[in-house]
Ligand binder design. Structure first.
Ligand SMILES: CC(C)(COP(=O)(O)OP(=O)(O)OC[C@H]1O[C@@H](n2cnc3c(N)ncnc32)[C@H](O)[C@@H]1OP(=O)(O)O)[C@@H](O)C(=O)NCCC(=O)NCCS
Length: 185
């Protein structure tokens, strides 16, 4: 699957400010500042509680976690197993989105964004769906923990269908029952 490595402008709803969606591939230069950005956002309550609390056993998201993430992102683009993009403004990262678990023309989408920058994620997801469609993907799915209303709303705004509660078999944080969403593109 040939996924575009271009950068894209993402407009914020409804103000029209903009950010850049940038692939975190082997051409992307990480830095101390960007690592700190990721650490800061991933320790924000809303992001940490949903994505990292269980995985990290309640310990803070550290620099080493961010460094691992940059490496994982680069490796994914190189091997074709997953694609990760950062949302950037004024040379700072404030959000991210990925396509992972790529199997044939199907992939899972995941994302996080600073609560200080609302209004970007739906438009970001729409852009990634367009990139995926152009690459030849047919089905994109997402898992949402029950109670994570903000994430479910992002998916519904982007046209995903809620398919019901299903067991989520993830090595990082399995859930006996999670919301499963899917879109045909
Ligand atoms: C999930 C998450 C990315 C959502 O971020 P967000 O800022 O709420 O998402 P959006 O930018 O799409 O929406 C923000 C607001 O702008 C509005 N909006 C954004 N784009 C819009 C669009 N194209 N059309 C209409 N409204 C839009 C939304 O209605 C929403 O308004 P509300 O706050 O009144 O409900 C964020 O809460 C997060 O990172 N959570 C923790 C991590 C997480 O849950 N990840 C997903 C795991 S499945």
């Amino acid at each position: 699957m040939k996924i575009s490595r271009n950068s894209y402008q993402i407009d914020r709803f409804p103000t029209g400010d903009s950010a850049q969606l940038v692939p975190l591939d082997e051409c992307f230069l990480s830095s101390d500042t960007l690592i700190e950005d990721v650490v800061t956002v991933c320790n924000e309550e809303a992001v940490y509680n949903i994505l990292f609390e269980r995985m990290l056993g309640g310990n803070p998201y550290e620099r080493s976690n961010a460094e691992w993430w940059f490496g994982w992102s680069r490796d994914g683009w190189m091997s074709g197993t997953h694609s990760v993009w950062a949302l950037m403004k004024d040379d700072h990262i404030f959000g991210a989105i990925n396509l992972k678990n790529i199997e044939g023309t199907t992939a899972e989408v995941g994302y996080w964004c600073s609560a200080k920058e609302p209004g970007y994620m739906t438009n970001t997801l729409n852009q990634v769906l367009e990139i995926a469609r152009e690459a030849g993907f047919k089905t994109i799915y997402a898992w949402v923990r029950p109670g994570n209303e903000r994430s479910g709303k992002v998916l519904l705004r982007s046209g995903f269908e809620f398919k019901g509660l299903r067991p989520y078999e993830s090595t990082a944080f399995p859930d006996p029952e999670a919301e499963y969403y899917e879109i045909q593109i």
